[in-house]
Design a protein around this ligand. Structure first.
Ligand code: CMP
Length: 143
């Protein structure tokens, strides 16, 4: 079963959106197999955003994601990587369609509420950065 790593960023946590965001993915039909509230270490943040390390906004990105607690989640379901990214909307809220998470809740690219893995390979890498195997439910469970 395909898995993804979704993370309510510090702006989403501060705006009390955790419940609404979890509800969207539950109602879509995905299964939540792990979740926790935590604060990223600088090392976890730099590893998570490694592909952006040469971008001018890298420092800002790491500072923002470590600025407060996040709500990290592992979800599973058919085609969950592509479907959850469609539900999140485009990175820049100016391009994010109404009805998507960023279209409905975000005003700028830096503070865009939620992260979602961009491929199954990224999901594996991201999940192992934040979760130990024993923190995740294994296999399918009844819903
Ligand atoms: P996300 O797609 O979750 O992961 C990379 C993040 O980089 C992206 O969300 C944005 O929050 C951030 N980002 C992308 N472009 C910019 C930018 N020009 N300025 C600040 N942050 C950016």
């Amino acid at each position: 079963m395909e898995k993804t790593y979704l993370m309510v960023k510090p702006d989403g946590v501060q705006r009390h959106l955790i419940g609404k965001l979890v509800q969207r993915f539950e109602e879509k039909g995905f299964q939540l197999i792990g979740a926790k509230m935590f604060r990223l270490t600088r090392e976890q943040a730099e590893y998570h955003y490694e592909e952006h390390k040469d971008k001018p906004f890298f420092g800002e990105l790491v500072a923002f994601i470590t600025s407060g607690p996040v709500f990290g989640m592992v979800w599973q379901g058919d085609n969950i990587v592509a479907l959850s990214r469609a539900m999140m909307g485009k990175t820049n809220p100016l391009d994010a369609a109404p009805g998507t998470i960023r279209g409905d809740y975000a005003l700028n690219t830096g503070n865009n509420i939620i992260h979602g893995s961009d491929s199954p390979q990224s999901a594996d890498r991201e999940i192992s950065n934040f979760f130990r195997p024993e923190e995740l439910m294994t296999g399918d469970y009844p819903v």
